[in-house]
Write a protein that binds this ligand. Structure first.
Ligand SMILES: [Zn+2]
Length: 116
């Protein structure tokens, strides 16, 4: 399908790239001042978006990206909750393109996985 300009796009606050809205996760600061992931994208409040890259979540959560985007400080607990949210939605099996990109059987014969 050609681009019709109709797809809503949002910018990841960490890498600055644009993605279709549903490829991003919205983080919301609710009117009550709570910061939480908003997978529905519909919660009221100020929102910032992160793409699905682990690096972007690390940066956004720990390097101040979200705090700038949401104009609010993140508590230690909120940071943990956000990262847990991210990890929860990562598929454990199957789609492993980002994790195991460079598995080279040649190098590293000393990669012995000892099971205890
Ligand atoms: Zn990103």
């Amino acid at each position: 399908m050609p681009r019709s300009g109709h797809t809503p796009e949002r910018t990841c606050i960490s890498c600055g790239l644009k993605f279709p809205k549903r490829g991003l996760i919205r983080i919301v600061r609710t009117p009550a001042g709570q910061i939480a992931a908003d997978p529905t994208g519909k919660r009221p409040g100020r929102g910032s978006y992160l793409c699905s890259s682990a690096e972007c979540w690390q940066k956004g959560v720990f390097k101040g990206g979200l705090e700038r985007g949401l104009k609010a400080p993140l508590s230690a607990q909120e940071r943990i909750i956000l990262l847990e949210f991210y990890q929860e939605r990562q598929p454990r099996t199957g789609n492993q393109e980002q994790a195991t990109k460079n598995r080279q059987p040649r190098t590293g014969n000393y990669e012995i996985n000892q099971r205890i």
